[in-house]
Each structure stands twice: as C-alpha cells, then as structure tokens.
Design a protein around this ligand. Sequence first.
Ligand code: CMP
Length: 140
Amino acid sequence: MAVERTLVIVKPDAVKKNAIGDIVRILQENDLKLLAIKMVHLSKEQAKKFYIVHKDRPFYDELTDFMSSGPCVPMVFEGEDAIARVREIIGATDPAKAAEGTIRKKYGTDVGRNAVHASDSHESAAYEIPFFFNALEIHE
Ligand code: CMP
C-alpha cells in the first residue's frame, strides 16, 4: 500500500442537500486527510473538459448539464490506498446498488445525481487534481 491523493467532488445535488459537512466528516473519519477544498460553479465547457474521458458516452450531455447546474465542492484527500478506499466509502455509481452505509446510498438519487465523484485510478487523479487546484492550494 502507498500513500495516495485522490480528487473527490461533492456534486450539485449533495450541495443542495446540505451534505458537504457530512461527506467531509465521513472521509476524515476514515483516516483521509483533507489537503484542499473549494466551491466552484462549473460552466458547461469546464464540465465537458473535466469529464472528457466520457465524451463518447450517451450520458455525456446529461452529465455535463448536471455538473454545471449549480455549485460543487472539489476536494483533495490523501491517505494509504486513498483512491480505492474512497471509492469503497462512496459506494457504487448507481445509488440503488450502493452498499448500506456508503455516501451514495445516503445522499444519491440516481446514477446521474449520485452525490459524489471520486478519481477511479492514478491516471484520473493525476488529471483531476490539477484540473481544480494549483500547488499553492494543496496543503501538505
Ligand atoms: P462519476 O463518478 O462522476 O463519473 C462519471 C459519471 O457519469 C458517474 O459518476 C455518473 O454520475 C455518470 N453516469 C454514469 N452512467 C450514467 C448514466 N447511465 N446516465 C447518467 N449519468 C451517468
């Protein structure tokens, strides 16, 4: 196991549900250290750039409409095996399939409005962290 950094986003649906604090608390209580956090309202173009890996998927337009529909809260967390562990803590992409006790089970509505995003690999973390944060905004 190695210490890793991962990008987590509290999506617009969970911001509207006042779930930011609870989501940060759950991650911190799992030995994940919060290194960076901000609130941003993405434009449609910015959302398309962030999710460029999904550009050929049928849900790309719906996903980027939703992600630009209101403010979201990107964050960087660090910890042992953080990428895989955070994905376990947030649960399956579809909240209906997410395990009991996961963030998506608690706050997700459907596969589109699923409360949180988290990097799924080292490669995506390496793209997603600098998408939102420069070096001065990440606190060791
Ligand atoms: P996320 O972890 O942000 O990564 C890509 C997102 O695409 C995913 O969470 C879902 O919210 C979204 N997504 C995946 N499948 C669908 C779908 N069938 N319809 C709408 N959105 C989807």
